[in-house]
Design a protein around this ligand. Sequence first.
Ligand code: SF4
Length: 444
Amino acid sequence: MALTGVQVFKLLPKTNCKKCGFPTCLAFAMKLAQGGADISACPDVSEEAKTTLGEASAPPIRSFAIGTGDKAPKMGAETVMFRHEKKFVNPCAIAINIKDNDDSLAAKAEEVANSEIDRVGQILRVEAISIECASGDSATYEAAVKLAAEKAPEAALILNCKDAAVVEAAVKAVADRKPLINGATDENAEAMAAIAKANSCPIIACADGLEALSALTEKIKGLGVEDIVLDSGAKSAKEIIVNNTQIRRAALKKSFKPLGYPVINNVIRDNAILEASIASVAIAKYASIIVVSSVEKWKTLALFTQRQNIYTDPQVPMQVEQKIYEIGEPTADSPLMITTNFSLTYFIVAGEIENSKVPSRLAVMDSEGLSVLTAWAAGKFTAAKIAVFIQESGIGDTLTNKELILPGQVAILSGALEDKLGDWKITVGPREANAIPTYLKGRE
Ligand code: SF4
């Protein structure tokens, strides 16, 4: 919010009527300035004030989705320069570029559709396909766009074609998917904006340098298109860092609206390692979309992992629910192991139990998202707390033999835990998760 509470107050009716739920107009103004209230709560505010406040309270980086449906990647809405200040909101979407005259277009689009993986409880995927008009032929391009849309029905589509006459037919063919049009230049802005506006699609503004880009976004906005993605023409890693940082800083620190939009970076290189490295730079430095040349598992896994780490909330540990998880189809005789609820710990331990093929139970105790040793050191994974958790879970009543396997790293707790749990046998398991399969198989 660019306006202070006092500036907002000056725009309100100042009758203190309380209809907004606040005792005074000033109290409402203060809350509004902090982003904690909506101007629509005041029924008596003037239209003029609404417009002023609406513009002032708009997010500094415009937020919208490309494509349709639950999986449509959202972008924009970021409010900070650094993730230690606050969580980055919308993860950078990964798009693969496919030429319209590429014989393997269908197969590549299917790779995007099948790119989904589950990593530490989150589903990660390549979200978009950029279809490049390499043929220059309208019919070829439209057919390619339709084929990509058919083979990857949930992917967002980016129509990479600067020829308005060619792109118009393709946009119409997949208008229900709300493709991102790539894009508008100073030369074709009128025609491209008209297509985007007629089909309610977002558009990429392409210019060399930030000055030209700012002028172009103002022009496109003036033509009635609000959802704009910025392509500053940055190619090298250095240009990507410099341009993306200046764009984010201008939007957040200077409230400079012409650059208050998500950013796209094309990182395609002949050398796959170099491409992955530059993609990684762009993800780290504010890209909302990166365009790569291919879906290869080693590359996507590296980029997924980096993206996932950057877009988690640094102030909230990743954690899973406290409960007894069944892995395989355990019976009353199956082993019962225990660990803490730090996501990474849970998924590593659960994965190793799965690898063992020994049906088991894994008791996951709430340790406020801390790993085993950290939780023990912080007094959150103690014998007394484990005993309460195990007793309250009632799991003992379902087992033939009451035996609990402790992580080897906290073997020190075994004596005290045996005292607390009374009729339970406490066994010390492996120190490292990768020893779990051998350990569990050895018990059979
Ligand atoms: S409803 Fe409007 S006029 Fe009434 S107290 Fe709230 S802000 Fe003031």
